[in-house]
Ligand binder design. Structure first.
Ligand code: BES
Ligand code: MN
Ligand code: ZN
Length: 490
């Protein structure tokens, strides 16, 4: 999808917006007399009042040069924010994407930042994962190729849009990764895709199994040992700050390219979703793309642990005791609690190698977080109130909200083992919290750390957010890029 910023409207379709006002819909800019008369009549004949997501469509109207005109609601003027503007434009694009219209102009943006937000929403709404749909009927294929955002300050809007375009590219890349089938995306092929990102100026390091064995990463390697696909750990480095030596922020991601559960095998129905169990790593890779593309003046390192969790003659068993690189032993009581085993070694490596001033990890870690928070919020767990607050604020601003859950010694006790330093499961109660406690056992005392459990947000069944496709959301790229932009730049 091409996004343009222009002074004059043109195209197969024109879209005008309306606020939800005290006395019904209030038109935004650019509505001429003829359009206004038609809109008023249509509003009287319908339930349109300008609320977010509402739309009226006019086909081949005599009063316009365009074959299609849309009036869309953006909600109440007082309540409107960046995400609401984005979603409103996304709704229009979703509606027109396969309609036959090739070009769309969105009219009336009151300022350059709104124009940029229209552009961002339009672009994310146009995302599709179609490369395996080889016989898709022509009437189901996208027709819309250009969206022009009409604004008096096109140059300003273009420069406001540039960092958002970088962010969108990161989101799209993450969605692709999560959507890829597990026969195509596995640790080695994933690492190859990451290695190519050196084009963007990212410094990439890939650790293979011998390298990880040498570092003593028995916890991560134990998860991958039942797979024919060897594990990888990838590091993506962006040192964009003027202070080249200053401690970076570390972003850590769980990259289980397929989670069968291992010997503690998952039930068959729904198992296909576990191709998305690398959603945390996809968010980290996508965020690094956004950060590099917009040349962020910040030092950020991304680290992703890539493994496939399979049952096999060589797979790890319930009861195995593994030793993590941090020197601690883990009794693996359930091979399906594998994400934390992967992260234990990646967290250790992140701290040892980079001494980061803050660590944020993302993982599709527990089914329990879906029971707690559904698909609306990701869970956040942190040893640092300031970092938790920063994430809460960034998530709200970027449209990826998070909700904090507690940590505490009472929960931590649930992980004590009789035969090793800890077990990898904490029993039935508070499953998302004990998973976070497990991770915290691998975080240095006093180091600012937050864990985002994104099992409910990395993909969503029946997603009705027009900015997101039906399944893979690319969740995490927006909040991480926002967190860095707001807090860690020169
Ligand atoms: N990848 C799953 C968590 C998950 C479940 C993500 C549903 C997305 C949707 C994770 O590896 C897992 O299997 N967790 C177990 C932990 C349990 C064995 C303690 C779970 O949630 O059941
Ligand atoms: Mn699992
Ligand atoms: Zn998993």
């Amino acid at each position: 999808m091409q996004i343009k910023f222009t002074a004059e409207p043109a195209g197969d379709a024109l879209a005008y917006f309306a606020y939800e006002g005290e006395k019904g819909a209030e038109f935004g800019g650019g509505v001429d007399k003829a359009a206004e008369a038609a809109f008023r009549r249509a509003i009287t004949a319908s339930s349109f009042k300008g609320s977010g997501g509402q739309m009226l469509e006019f086909l081949a109207p005599e009063w316009s040069d365009s074959a299609r005109v849309i009036l869309f609601g953006v909600g109440k003027k007082k309540a409107i924010n960046d995400v609401a503007w984005q979603k409103a434009a996304a709704g229009v694009v979703k509606k027109l994407l396969i309609s036959g219209a090739k070009s769309l102009s969105i009219v009336g943006a009151p300022d350059r930042m709104v124009a940029a937000n229209f552009g961002f929403g339009a672009r994310l709404a146009a995302y599709r994962f179609d490369q395996y749909r080889l016989t898709l009927k022509s009437e189901k294929k996208p027709t819309l190729t250009t969206v022009s955002i009409v604004t008096d300050s096109a140059a300003g809007a273009r420069s406001d849009f540039a960092p958002l375009a970088a962010r969108a590219e990161g989101v799209e890349f993450a969605r692709d990764l999560v959507s890829e089938p597990p026969n195509v995306l596995y640790p080695e092929s994933y690492a190859e895709r990451i290695a190519k990102l050196s084009e963007l100026g990212l410094e990439i390091e890939v650790l293979d199994v011998p390298a990880m064995t040498k570092l003593g990463m028995g916890s991560l390697l134990g998860v991958g040992q039942g797979s024919a696909r060897p594990s990888r750990l990838c590091v993506l480095k962006w040192m964009g700050s003027k202070e080249k030596k200053s401690a970076p922020v570390a972003l850590v991601g769980k990259g289980v390219t397929f989670d069968t559960g291992g010997i503690s095998l998952k039930p068959g129905p729904g198992m296909e979703d576990m191709k998305g169990d690398m959603g945390g790593s996809a968010a980290v890779v996508g965020a690094m793309i956004a950060i590099a593309k917009r040349k962020a003046k910040a030092n950020v390192v991304g680290l992703v642990g890539l493994v496939e969790n399979m049952p096999d003659g060589n797979a790890q068993r319930p009861g195995d005791i593994v030793k993590a690189a941090a020197g601690k032993t883990i009794e693996v009581l359930n091979t399906d609690a594998e994400g934390r085993l992967v992260l234990a070694d990646v967290l250790w490596y992140a701290q040892k190698k980079f001494n980061p001033k803050a660590i944020v990890d993302l993982a599709t870690l527990t089914g329990a977080i879906i029971i707690s928070l559904g698909h609306e919020h990701a869970g956040v767990f942190s040893n640092n109130d300031e970092l938790a607050d920063k994430l809460t604020v960034a998530g709200k601003a970027a449209g990826e909200p998070v909700w904090r859950l507690p940590l505490g010694p009472g929960y931590d006790k649930q992980l004590d083992s009789d035969v090793a330093d800890m077990k990898n499961i904490g029993g039935r109660s508070a499953g998302s919290i004990t998973a976070a406690q497990f991770l915290q056992r691998f975080v240095d005392e006093g180091r600012a750390w937050a864990h985002l459990d994104i099992a409910g947000t990395a993909w969503k069944p029946g997603n009705d957010n027009p900015m997101e496709p039906v399944w893979a959301t690319g969740w995490g790229v927006r909040i991480l890029d926002q967190l860095v932009a707001d807090n860690y730049e020169d």
